[in-house]
Design a protein around this ligand. Structure first.
Ligand SMILES: Cc1cc2nc3c(=O)[nH]c(=O)nc-3n(C[C@H](O)[C@H](O)[C@H](O)COP(=O)(O)OP(=O)(O)OC[C@H]3O[C@@H](n4cnc5c(N)ncnc54)[C@H](O)[C@@H]3O)c2cc1C
Length: 612
């Protein structure tokens, strides 16, 4: 174990509490959720108490070891176990001790049953304070929800309750060295056993939280192929593979045949140990024979569909993490800009006058406004998605729940990718505002950038999200998802038109961009599945343009929620909305042009032409 000087982040440098309050109470009507039977026992005050608790634990337990975890990355000690910096376990114990592990989990399995809107908002504090330590929770919560949705009653009894309590942690084991984006190529195999269990053999790569001593047990959710399975993704099954086998009474038994084969050394996100795991290497012999004991989740060959449940949730959580890192970087660069005297106003460069704080310079204000518009726009989208999770679970009718589900489906690739791109850009601007100091390790912002750089890579790369959006989500069910998104955005535009003034003007601008999005989508798919390579060649440009349209919608929503309100907070919201519409939304113009032309530049490029 190593330790370093604690760096205590001041409360206000994580996520603005005022902003969360605005988004939850003044915009998304969190209090009205308590009218639904699922949340009838709860109240707006309880929601605020949870946020207060989260902010306190994040500040006091998660933030202090964030720097140390970056400087002393996990390694394998002489006894073969993973060593982490001091503070990780204490922070996680505090988190689970406060019951936050079950914040969004139903009460009948030991959770608090809070709306996803509230648990998501609360979790953003932990990701802002220490994304590396928060990731153990993220993975465990996603595993919990996957088993709740798809596991057998026995699997739920055995694994879910201990995960809610923080006694067991979870992982997701998809990737292999030769199979990252292309999961159909996984080679891990599962052999059926007479007792109904399976034995797994193979190697998994990049597994976050794959081995450690933080919890009594680790619940690996593993993708593998059963012999004779159909080729491709339709032959993938999902298994629960505990690190330590669990008896029927919940007691821990034999060590399973899953071993740590190595740890990966990363650019950032270093607090989360990232592992290579060997399954069925014979190091341990449960029941006297080699092979990792696994239990099938649901039906054979449907594993990827089940895993998508976890991945979709994890994708939204990745977007939230990117947002949280962008947000804290923004607040820290704002504090720095207010305190750093440098230069004089362009209009009065009298050297006898004292220097002004750099926040006075228009270019620095541009960088701050850009960050504000990115991180507050992204946070709005992530909380909107969380609210959709509540809607798909608790709205009264089947039709309403299905609509919420469909809208969430189409928004998920954007909720993952847009923050991963633009809140990383926010971190870049935060470094720029710090000048040379931003490039030095003394300030937090360079770590935030490195930590955030993971987010466009994992949980489906940026390019894979783009293929998901253009290749699948906007055309699924005959385009029903896109139609619903457009209808929902148009409802906001109609409210803006009724409000008049600036809201109406921005609404008209959004309508024009939305119209372009619709035309371009229709144009791209005009050939049906013919020339699919041309249709999808610029999918990433499509994802980015659609993302800007969606965030512009989020800003119009915030502008409307701030209507008629006075004060710096609301003026700041209005100015950030203006900024997004003047500086950002117009970026989509050339992107739509390129897409409309079905441009082939990238497609026609030959490998040999890159460099000879
Ligand atoms: C720090 C970290 C933590 C991780 N944690 C986990 C974890 O807990 N569990 C887990 O299972 N995995 C995990 N991963 C793995 C992660 O999900 C993969 O790295 C990711 O899916 C990309 O796979 P790859 O690295 O093999 O890259 P590749 O799939 O080889 O992709 C390389 C590049 O090619 C592009 N590309 C690939 N295929 C296509 C295509 N068909 N069309 C267009 N472009 C394409 C990609 O977009 C990317 O830019 C983690 C990775 C990292 C770095």
């Amino acid at each position: 174990m190593m330790c370093a000087m604690p760096v205590l982040a001041p409360r206000s440098s994580l996520i603005s509490r005022r902003d969360l309050q605005f988004l939850l109470h003044e915009w998304l009507d969190a209090d009205r959720l308590t009218a639904r039977p699922a949340f009838a026992e709860q109240s707006g005050e309880l929601f605020d108490d949870v946020l207060e608790l989260a902010e306190r634990i994040a500040t006091e337990k998660f933030a202090p070891h964030n720097r140390a975890a970056d400087e002393h990355e996990p390694n394998i000690g002489s006894d073969g176990t993973v060593e982490l910096v001091e503070g990780v376990k204490e922070a996680l114990d505090a988190f689970y001790g406060a019951g936050l592990g079950g914040a969004g989990v139903p009460e009948d399995v030991g959770g608090m049953g809070l709306p996803a809107l509230v648990s998501t908002a609360a979790f953003s504090y932990f990701q802002a304070a220490n994304t590396g330590t928060a990731a153990y929770v993220l993975l465990t919560t996603a595993a919990t929800n996957l088993l709740l949705a798809n596991g057998s009653p026995e699997q739920i009894e055995t694994y879910v309750k201990p995960m809610v309590e923080g006694r067991f942690f979870g992982t997701m084991c998809l990737s292999e060295t030769q199979a990252g984006s292309s999961l159909s190529d996984i080679a891990t195999r599962a052999e059926p056993q007479p007792d109904g269990s399976y034995r797994l053999f193979g190697t998994k790569m990049w597994i976050s939280g794959g081995d450690h001593e933080l919890s009594e047990n680790i619940v690996h959710l593993v993708l593998a192929k059963i012999a004779g399975a159909p080729p491709g993704v339709k032959g993938i099954s999902l298994f629960v593979v505990p690190r330590v086998l669990v008896g029927e009474d919940g007691s821990l038994g034999e060590r399973n045949d899953v071993v740590l084969a190595g740890v990966n050394h990363k650019m950032g996100y270093r607090g989360t140990v990232n592992t290579v795991l060997g399954f069925g290497e014979g190091t341990h012999r449960p029941g006297g024979v080699p092979g990792a004991v696994g239990y099938l989740v649901g039906e054979p060959h449907r594993g990827l569909a089940y895993m998508f449940h976890m991945m979709n949730e994890a994708r939204v959580a990745v977007g939230l993490g990117a947002t949280a890192l962008g947000y804290t970087g923004f607040l820290k660069s704002l504090t720095y800009a207010r305190e750093r005297p440098q230069g004089r106003p362009i209009a009065s460069k009298d050297p006898r006058q004292p220097q002004v704080a750099i926040v006075e310079h228009a270019d620095v204000k541009r960088m701050l406004l850009a960050q504000k518009s990115y991180v507050e726009g992204a946070l709005a989208l992530l909380l909107y998605c969380a609210r959709l999770v509540d809607d798909e679970r608790t709205l009264e009718t089947e039709v309403e729940r299905a609509r919420a589900h469909l809208l969430l489906e189409v928004l998920t690739p954007i909720a993952k990718s847009w923050p991963s791109q633009w809140c990383l850009e926010a971190n870049d601007l935060a470094i720029q505002i710090h000048g040379g100091y931003g490039y030095a390790r003394e300030y937090d912002v360079e770590q935030h950038y490195r930590d955030n750089r993971l987010n466009p890579i994992h949980e489906g790369t940026h390019g894979i999200q783009a293929l998901d959006l253009l290749g699948r989500k906007v055309v699924m069910d005959g385009g029903a998802g896109l139609a619903l998104l457009v209808e929902t955005i148009r409802a906001t535009i109609a409210r803006a038109a009724a409000a008049g003034g600036e809201a109406e003007t921005l609404g008209a601008q959004l309508e024009a961009s939305l119209q372009r999005l619709l035309e371009v989508t229709a144009g791209l798919w005009s050939q049906g599945t013919a020339e699919l390579d041309v249709t999808l060649a610029n999918a990433t440009i499509y994802l980015e343009a659609a993302g800007h349209v969606v965030i512009a919608w989020m800003w119009l929503e915030q502008l409307l929620a701030a209507a008629g309100e006075d004060g710096d907070f609301y003026d700041g919201k209005r100015q950030a909305a203006r900024f997004f519409y003047r500086y950002e939304l117009p970026r989509t113009g050339p992107q739509f042009e390129l897409l409309a032309a079905r441009d082939r530049t990238t497609l026609d490029m030959r490998d040999a032409w890159f460099s000879s």
